[in-house]
Design a protein around this ligand. Structure first.
Ligand code: ATP
Ligand code: LTN
Length: 327
């Protein structure tokens, strides 16, 4: 049985980009694969976090994972900091990757440019190696992520191949599985930039956004020059992004959506899109608040999931240490 593994960092409030590009697709794999999902909270601290907020968001995220349909009986749900093997394997893998390879990671280049010298922390630079450790510990075959993570997955594969060549077959070579629609939801204020929870609030819609605010943000979202609802990523990036959001929430194809809006303008399209998003998110939010309220239950899920994960991870770490001669 294949293993599917992925995670979302608690570095901000979940956006519809995180949902459509990643989380929404995860429950479908349950029962078909060994499914493991986690909260990479140690990844979140590569950018300064408020400790109370970080803790709160870790619980929020576990609650969202359950809300979207992950069942702790069918999937292992863990929190990264509860399984020290992640950090330990990261250190080992640091010795099988070069500064040059890490310097080519576009997420690092973008973030470090945005943050300036003070934010160019070693942890931020090393982030993709911790990510490789996360994945390789569990023999993950498939890692469902948004488009922005493709390069990190390729690096994880390169590190695994290199290690296997030196010491014999140790790691499964993982591959990114990227959805056909929703893999790269762009900012509402700027369709050339990925929607990101750590950007300006006008650029994203949170999963917890109120109905009024969703309507306002969609109304204000930038559009392109003509008034037609046509999907053309190059020529009409802003409207194409809104169509992709529509497709993600309605589960309809892009061509069905284009046909429905022939002869209609941006105003009408945006109003319908807003109502669709409000309806879907309010259903999710109602479920989320019920789950989030029960922190004792969340603690149980985290502790038992992390204990199960640690058994798998410790076994892989033991094998790796044995191979390289660490006692
Ligand atoms: P940050 O902005 O703090 O780096 P983020 O929102 O980009 O955070 P993560 O929590 O690390 O991202 O990403 C979780 C998952 O959501 C990943 O699989 C990522 O590919 C996906 N994702 C993030 N942003 C988008 C987006 N705009 N469109 C589609 N998928 C996305
Ligand atoms: N960098 C990822 C979060 C992440 C992750 C992982 C995703 C950390 N470790 C392992 C999949 C598998 C991101 O989505 N920004």
């Amino acid at each position: 049985m294949k293993t599917v593994f992925s995670g979302l960092k608690p570095s901000g409030d979940m956006t519809i980009g995180n949902y459509l590009g990643a989380m929404k697709n995860w429950p479908y794999q349950q029962g078909l694969a060994r499914t493991i999902f986690f909260v990479p909270n140690a990844h979140a601290i590569t950018v300064r976090q408020d400790p109370t907020e970080l803790k709160k968001r870790t619980y929020d995220l576990v609650a969202w994972l359950i809300t979207v349909g992950l069942d702790p009986k069918k999937s292992i749900i863990l929190v990264q900091s509860k399984v020290p093997a992640h950090a330990e394997l990261c250190w080992i893998l640091d010795n099988y990757v070069t500064m040059g390879e890490l310097s080519r990671m576009t997420e690092y280049k973008d973030k470090s440019q945005k943050l300036g010298p003070e934010g160019q922390l070693v942890g931020l630079f090393n982030y993709p190696v911790l990510m490789a450790a996360d994945i390789l510990l569990y023999d993950a075959n498939e890692v469902p992520v948004g488009e922005d993570q493709r390069q990190h997955l390729e690096l994880a594969r390169t590190i695994a191949e290199r290690f296997n060549r030196l010491y014999g077959n140790t790691f499964v070579l993982p591959k990114a599985t990227i959805p056909k629609t929703g893999a790269r939801i762009m900012g509402l204020d700027d369709p050339t930039k990925k929607m990101s929870k750590s950007d300006h609030p006008d650029s994203f819609i949170m999963l917890a956004e109120t109905a009024d605010s969703i309507r306002k943000k969609i109304k204000r979202a930038v559009t392109d020059s003509d008034n037609r609802i046509i999907y053309d990523k190059k020529g009409k990036p802003a409207v194409s992004n809104l169509i992709e959001i529509y497709a993600g929430f309605s589960d309809e194809t892009i061509s069905v959506i284009e046909k429905r809006f022939v002869g209609k303008g941006y105003g009408e399209f945006k109003a319908e899109l807003a109502e669709l998003v409000v309806e879907k998110l309010s259903q999710l939010q109602a479920e989320f608040y019920k789950i989030r309220d029960n922190e004792a239950m969340l603690d149980k899920v985290i502790d038992s999931g992390s204990a199960k994960a640690a058994e798998i991870a410790n076994e892989k770490l033991r094998e790796v240490k044995e191979k390289i001669g660490l006692l």
